[in-house]
Design a protein around this ligand. Structure first.
Ligand code: AMP
Ligand code: GLY
Length: 425
C-alpha cells in the first residue's frame, strides 16, 4: 500500500512511525512532514490545508490510503474531497468533524442525546451572554465556538474575567469567525482524562487511556498549550470507568450522530472531566490527540493500516485493538516563550545519543533541516517518548534522553506524569 500522511507535527511523526511497521505499507509520503519524519517517509511540500493540492498529489501518486492528522483540513472537508474522487481517506467527513469545529453543535448533540457535559448556553449577542454570566456567577467558562488552536477557552475565576472574554470574542472579534458565537458553561472540577476511540460509524472501540498536560509550567501553572507531555495508560481510568465512558459517552455520541444522518468514521477523542457526578465531556476532537498519539501508538498491538481500512469499510471489530502492558511517557521539549512568541532556527544537539538509548523514541514536532543541521521550527519542538514496565521507569528513560538533547532557550516540564505517579508509585 502507498500511504500519504497529512500534517507535520509530533502526532504525524508517530502515525508515520507506526504505519511503517505495517507489513502492508510499502511507501509513505508525508505532507508537509518535518525533519524527523523525513527519516521514515518522503516529505512533500504541500500544506496540510491545501486540500486541492493533496487530492491532486494522491491521484498522481496512486495513493491507496490518506491519513489526516490535524483538525483544520477535516473541518474544511478533506475527507469529503477524497471520497468524491473515490479515494480512501482516514478521518471523518466535515459534517462529523463539526463535533470539534463547532462547540455549539457539540453541545446541542450532547443535550439532545443525554450525553453528560457541563450545563451551557450558546450566544451571539454580547448583552445576552453578559446577563447570563452575571446571573450564574464565577467560576465560569467562556468558549469560542470555532477552531482556535486551543486558545479559545477561558476558564474565568471571576465575573470580570468572563465579561472580558465575551468582549474579546463577541465585540472586539479577536478570535475572528471562531468567536462570533460563544458557549458559556458551568465550571467543572475534577481530574481530566482523554479517551480516544476508533469508530466505523457503528462500532466504537476505545483505545488505552492517556493524560496530557496542557499548562506550560510545572504544577500545572501558566498558560494553556497544545500539550506539554502525556502518558498512557492513565491509572485514573479504571476498566470500570472506561466501560462507563463507552456506554454513556462514546457510544451515544456516534449513535446520536447517526440518528442525525452523519456517519463518523475515524478517531473520536473525548476530553473528559471526572467529576463527583461521573465523567462529563469538556470537548470532542475528531482526530488523534497530540501528544496523546505519541504515547498511545507505541502501546498498540497489531497493524494500524489494517485498523484504518476496517474503520473505512465499516468492519471494525473489537479484537483488532489490543494493547501492550507497558507504560509510555512523552516529554515535550518546547521553544522558550511558547505558547507565546518564540524564536526558531536554533540548532538541536544530542539527538543521536538520545536515539541510541533503549526504549526511547524522539518524535519531532517542530523541526527543520537547515544546512545539514536539524533546527527548531515551531513552539513544540520534540516529543521525547519512552516506555517501560512502570510509569516511573518510562519517565526516567524519557527524562534521561531529554537531558542529552539541547537547543537554545529549551523549555520542558519536569513533572510529566505526576498525577499518574501519585496513584501508582
Ligand atoms: P477544551 O478545549 O474545551 O478542552 O478546554 C481546554 C481546557 O479548559 C480543558 O482541558 C480544561 O482544562 C478547561 N476547561 C474546559 N471546559 C471546562 C469546564 N467546563 N470546567 C472546567 N475547566 C474547563
Ligand atoms: N492534546 C490535546 C489535543 O490534541 O487537542
Amino acid at each position: 500500500m502507498r500511504v500519504l500522511v497529512v500534517g507535520g507535527g509530533g502526532r504525524e511523526h508517530a502515525l508515520v512511525w507506526k504505519l511503517r511497521q505495517s507489513t502492508r505499507v510499502k511507501k509513505i509520503y508525508c505532507a508537509p512532514g518535518n525533519a524527523g519524519i523525513a527519516g521514515l517517509a518522503e516529505c512533500v511540500h504541500i500544506a496540510a490545508d491545501d486540500i486541492a493540492g493533496l487530492v491532486k498529489f494522491a491521484g498522481e501518486q496512486d495513493i491507496d490510503l490518506t491519513v489526516v492528522g490535524p483538525e483544520a483540513p477535516l473541518a474544511a472537508g478533506i475527507a469529503d474531497a477524497f471520497q468524491a474522487k473515490g479515494m480512501q481517506v482516514f478521518g471523518p467527513v466535515a459534517a462529523a468533524a463539526r463535533l470539534e469545529a463547532s462547540k455549539a453543535f457539540a453541545k446541542q448533540l450532547m443535550q439532545k442525546y443525554g450525553i453528560p457535559t457541563a450545563e451551557s448556553r450558546t450566544f451571539t449577542a454580547a448583552e445576552d451572554a453578559l446577563a447570563y454570566i452575571r446571573q450564574k456567577g464565577a467560576p465560569i467558562v467562556v468558549k469560542a465556538d470555532g477552531l482556535a488552536a486551543g486558545k479559545g477557552v477561558i476558564v474565568a475565576r471571576t465575573v470580570a474575567e468572563a465579561e472580558a472574554a465575551v468582549q474579546r470574542m463577541l465585540v472586539a472579534g479577536e478570535f475572528g469567525a471562531a468567536g462570533k458565537r460563544v458557549v458559556v458553561e458551568e465550571y467543572l472540577a475534577g481530574e481530566e482524562v482523554s479517551v480516544l476511540a476508533f469508530t466505523d460509524g457503528k462500532s466504537v472501540v476505545p483505545m488505552a487511556g492517556a493524560q496530557d498536560h496542557k499548562a506550560a509550567y510545572d504544577h500545572d501553572q501558566g498558560p494553556n498549550t497544545g500539550g506539554m507531555g502525556a502518558y498512557s495508560p492513565a491509572p485514573v481510568l479504571t476498566p470500570e470507568l472506561l466501560q462507563r465512558v463507552r456506554r454513556e459517552i462514546l457510544g451515544p455520541t456516534v449513535h446520536g450522530l447517526r440518528r442525525e444522518g452523519i456517519t463518523f468514521q475515524g478517531v473520536l477523542y473525548a476530553g473528559l472531566m471526572l467529576t463527583a457526578d461521573g465523567p462529563k465531556v469538556l470537548e470532542y476532537n475528531v482526530r488523534f490527540g497530540d501528544p496523546e498519539c505519541q504515547v498511545i501508538l507505541p502501546r498498540l498491538k497489531g497493524d494500524l493500516a489494517e485498523i484504518m481500512l476496517a474503520v473505512n469499510s465499516g468492519s471494525l471489530a473489537e479484537e483488532m485493538i489490543a494493547w501492550h502492558d507497558w507504560h509510555a511517557a512523552c516529554v515535550v521539549m518546547a521553544s522558550g516563550g511558547y505558547p507565546g512568541k518564540y524564536a526558531a532556527g536554533k540548532v538541536i544537539t544530542g539527538l543521536q545519543e538520545a536515539a541510541a538509548m533503549p526504549d526511547v523514541y524522539v518524535f519531532h514536532a517542530g523541526t527543520a533541516l537547515q544546512d545539514g543541521k536539524i533546527v527548531t521550527a515551531g513552539g513544540r519542538v520534540l516529543g521525547v517518548t519512552a516506555w517501560g514496565e512502570t510509569l516511573a521507569s518510562a519517565l526516567e528513560k524519557a527524562y534521561r534522553a531529554v537531558r542529552t538533547i539541547h537547543f537554545d532557550g529549551v523549555h520542558y516540564r519536569s513533572d510529566i506524569g505526576w498525577r499518574g505517579r501519585a496513584r501508582t508509585d
